[in-house]
Design a protein around this ligand. Structure first.
Ligand SMILES: Nc1nc2c(c(=O)[nH]1)N[C@H]1C(S)=C(S)[C@@H](COP(=O)(O)OP(=O)(O)OC[C@H]3O[C@@H](n4cnc5c(=O)[nH]c(N)nc54)[C@H](O)[C@@H]3O)O[C@H]1N2
Ligand SMILES: Nc1nc2c(c(=O)[nH]1)N[C@H]1C(S)=C(S)[C@@H](COP(=O)(O)OP(=O)(O)OC[C@H]3O[C@@H](n4cnc5c(=O)[nH]c(N)nc54)[C@H](O)[C@@H]3O)O[C@H]1N2
Ligand code: SF4
Ligand SMILES: [Mo]
Length: 692
């Protein structure tokens, strides 16, 4: 593609954030000088976060990797020498041919997530390459899979209330989400609705930035949300605040649920959750009386042992009051399903010779590298930083240290993971690429086209895997498709009526193209549920078949206190450790951008005065947070933002020499109740003050 001249270019934010903002990129002297919001985007409307306003610093960062390199130091040391692309591709191809011959292609494992959300970046040529190679498959479960499965058991269809309707709501309950930081346009939408009298309730384990701005902040003990939802249901049924006509018409199992929640009295639920009984009644009343009422189900509450069930249970609430009947009422977990693209056409699973190839859960990458048989002998990491983001850091690093593991990393930076690479490959930034973007909140598809040429010798994921296929001698036509071909194939998907009329030509012309919401306008949302019964499943046969309780149930966490005992009494690790994202990073991305790192001031541990006092911890003290898996060093902030028994450290910092700065040193690779999801927040720890 010819280089673009100077000027102003529409672009798309590629980050793993539900807002998927329309951007405007200013280019002068052949360089990007400013990134701002595109005011023409119908939903994000010109506003962007501070992270992406600093995107230029990331693109032209002095430490960006600009050419392929080969390791010369020890693994993890980060010493490399420059090599050519030809040498790099040749070495990978030689190794992969050898590994496939000696041990079978299953000995190779790709490890990627959504460092770039573009379909071509993480679901295109890369997948074709690994399918054709016959590599082990990766279960991409680190983010939202427990909650997604939980939601689907109740609702079937993986979409909820669209933003245009949410704007009409009169009550917003943000439950286990920190949208001021993680979905700022939804917060702006709520702020607008509040000017018309809407109310915002936030339910969280700590008063996050969203809780600070709420009309009512309700703190809960970690992992007890299902109990709270069951308590609300108890009150709704008992006081006759349910919509019986709706329950009969649109749900299955309401009679069983009515019985089930009888035991969840406000008094019992107060004991479990830490929410006073009168507040449970007050919240149930507010929810029953206010319409439309919208529940935002955040990602935080499902990063627990019982996370799938928590989401499944909360997703039942709107059915009790019939909230779905009125536009704006209902719930949201993700809206990704509206824009589902043709994944098969993109990924070409038919290229795989052995459809039985094993699948490795990315949450357990540490264990997989250390224990899985037959052994993983090569790891190919792109769009991800497992040394920081995966649970149980010590084991992940021990796996990456293995001398017999051939590791390839494709990234823009020498991340903590990249330091363990045998071959390190330079990746382009999004503004150097062509890609297609959907959003998991709003309903617009967007196109990115290159604004600047590739920096140095960097290559896009698309180009990298095309070249690797060539080096391996894969000659199927699928590897000759262009980026435009892939975009057309992705959008050509009769199975999804919402994609009707969304085409590459239209994207080129209009930049953001709304999904075809006709089916939604003319049929009721509830008439298109894809549960087996076609109704909201308060009772789920499918769950029963999967060995799960078929009715919403509170299942205590398996690590730490169970919520009914007072935390801190006679236990080795009496505190629950919560490590959600921070405001200035995007997962571990931007942690190396100085301006943003300064705003976050390294790892901080929020601790309640009642927990700080017996440990002689004062504000600003350096503390050690530890359990059997590892240790974190942080600066203590003594605060009443949480209930006693919970400590919080926000943000995924990179490692630093001689300092323990990674929160995931403490978290475990245990899987959640559903979807093979991660349990980052079901982590028990002890905290002590470090000597000066
Ligand atoms: N600025 C910024 N934005 C981001 C990200 C980022 O790193 N930084 N990451 C992006 C990604 S990948 C994702 S998945 C989303 C995640 O964004 P959100 O959906 O907002 O989820 P989290 O930030 O993981 O957690 C939200 C809240 O859940 C709370 N929480 C933890 N355990 C519990 C519990 O048991 N019950 C309740 N009620 N609350 C609990 C935490 O305290 C936290 O405040 O954000 C995206 N946007
Ligand atoms: N303790 C704890 N751990 C967590 C979480 C938590 O809340 N607490 N959140 C979890 C969640 S929800 C998620 S989604 C995961 C996120 O985990 P990851 O998806 O691994 O997230 P990032 O840390 O942002 O790493 C993305 C990497 O991709 C690189 N990248 C960006 N664009 C490209 C590209 O075009 N090509 C290539 N090759 N590379 C690119 C970036 O430079 C960056 O190093 O972390 C999880 N880990
Ligand atoms: S990270 Fe989210 S809010 Fe920030 S620019 Fe990207 S899409 Fe918009
Ligand atoms: Mo995520």
């Amino acid at each position: 593609m010819a280089e673009q001249p100077d000027g102003l270019f529409p672009a798309v934010c590629p980050l793993d954030c539900p807002d998927t903002c329309g951007l405007l990129v200013h280019k002068r002297g052949g360089r990007i000088v400013k990134v701002e919001g595109n005011p023409e985007h119908p939903i994000t409307a010109g506003a962007i976060c501070n992270k992406v306003r600093n995107m230029t610093e990331r693109i032209y960062h002095s430490e960006r990797i600009l050419y392929p390199m080969k390791r010369v130091g020890r693994k993890g040391e980060g010493r490399f020498k420059r090599i050519t692309w030809e040498e790099a591709l040749q070495e990978i191809a030689d190794r992969y041919r050898h590994l496939s011959r000696e041990y079978g292609p299953e000995s190779i494992l790709p490890y990627n997530f959504y460092g770039n959300m573009g379909y071509l970046s993480v679901q295109g040529m890369d997948r074709r390459f690994f399918n054709r190679l016959g590599a082990s498959r990766l279960q991409r479960s680190i983010c939202n899979s427990a909650g997604t499965v939980g939601w689907n058991y109740t609702m079937g269809f993986g979409g909820g209330v669209p933003p245009e309707d949410a704007a009409k709501a009169k009550l917003f309950i943000v439950w286990g989400g920190n949208i001021v930081s993680t979905s700022m346009h939804k917060f702006m939408l709520i702020e607008k609705a509040r000017k018309q009298g809407a109310k915002l309730v936030v339910i969280d384990v700590h008063k996050n930035k969203t809780g600070e701005r709420a009309d009512w902040f309700i703190p809960v003990h970690p992992g007890t949300d299902a109990a709270l939802a069951l308590g609300l249901m108890h009150v709704l049924f008992e006081r006759g605040w349910t919509d019986e006509v709706f329950l009969s018409a649109y749900t299955v199992g309401h009679e069983q649920l009515r019985e089930q929640v009888k035991t969840y009295t406000p008094e019992l639920v107060a004991e479990i959750t830490g929410v006073p009984a009168e507040d449970i009644i007050k919240l149930a009343q507010l929810y029953a009386e206010t319409s439309p009422a919208y529940i935002h189900i955040g990602n935080g509450l499902q990063h627990h042992d019982n996370g799938g069930m928590a989401v499944r249970t909360i997703a039942c609430l709107p059915a009790l009051t019939g909230a779905w009947k009125i536009k704006g009422g209902g719930a949201f977990k993700s809206n990704m399903a509206y824009g589902s693209i043709n994944g098969e056409a993109l990924e070409q699973p038919g290229l795989r010779a052995d459809p039985q190839t094993r699948t490795v859960n990315m949450v357990r990458i540490g264990e997989a590298l250390l224990e899985l048989k037959p052994k993983i002998r090569s790891l190919f990491v792109y769009c991800a930083n497992p040394a920081v983001v995966a649970p149980d850091t010590e084991r992940v690093l021990a796996g990456l240290m293995r001398e017999d593991l051939f590791t390839v990393v494709h990234d823009l930076f020498l991340t903590d993971t990249a330091k363990y690479a045998d071959i390190l490959l330079p990746a382009t930034s999004t503004f150097e690429n062509t890609d297609l973007y959907g959003s998991y909140w709003h309903l617009y598809m967007q196109l990115q086209e290159p604004v600047i040429p590739a920096e140095g010798e960097s290559k896009s994921n698309f180009e990298l895997f095309r070249l690797l296929a060539e080096a391996m001698g894969f000659d199927e036509p699928d590897f000759r498709d262009s980026e435009a071909d892939l975009i057309r194939q992705a959008l050509d998907y009769a199975a999804n009526p919402y994609l009707d009329g969304v085409t590459l030509d239209k994207l080129k012309e209009k930049r953001f193209v709304k999904l075809n919401m006709e089916p939604f306008e003319h049929r009721h949302y509830l008439d298109q549920l894809t549960t087996p019964s076609g109704k909201i499943e308060l009772y789920s046969q499918r769950m029963e078949e999967a060995g799960l309780p078929p009715l919403p149930t509170y299942i205590p966490l398996t690590e730490g206190y169970d919520g009914r005992r007072r935390p801190g009494v006679g236990e080795l690790y009496p505190l629950m450790f919560i490590s959600p994202p921070n405001h200035s990073f995007l997962n571990s991305t931007f942690a190396n951008v100085e301006k943003l790192a300064k705003l976050e001031k390294g790892p901080v541990l929020q601790i309640h005065p009642e927990d700080a006092l017996p440990r002689a911890i004062r504000n600003g003290d350096r503390v050690s947070v530890r359990n059997d898996r590892g240790q974190l060093e942080a600066a203590a902030v003594v605060t009443e933002r949480m209930l006693p028994g919970t400590v919080v450290s926000q943000g995924l910092c990179w490692g630093e020499d001689g300092r323990q700065t990674r929160v995931n040193a403490l978290t475990s690779g245990r899987l959640a109740d559903m979807g093979g999801g991660a349990t980052f927040f079901s982590t028990a720890v002890e905290v002590e003050r470090l000597k000066e």
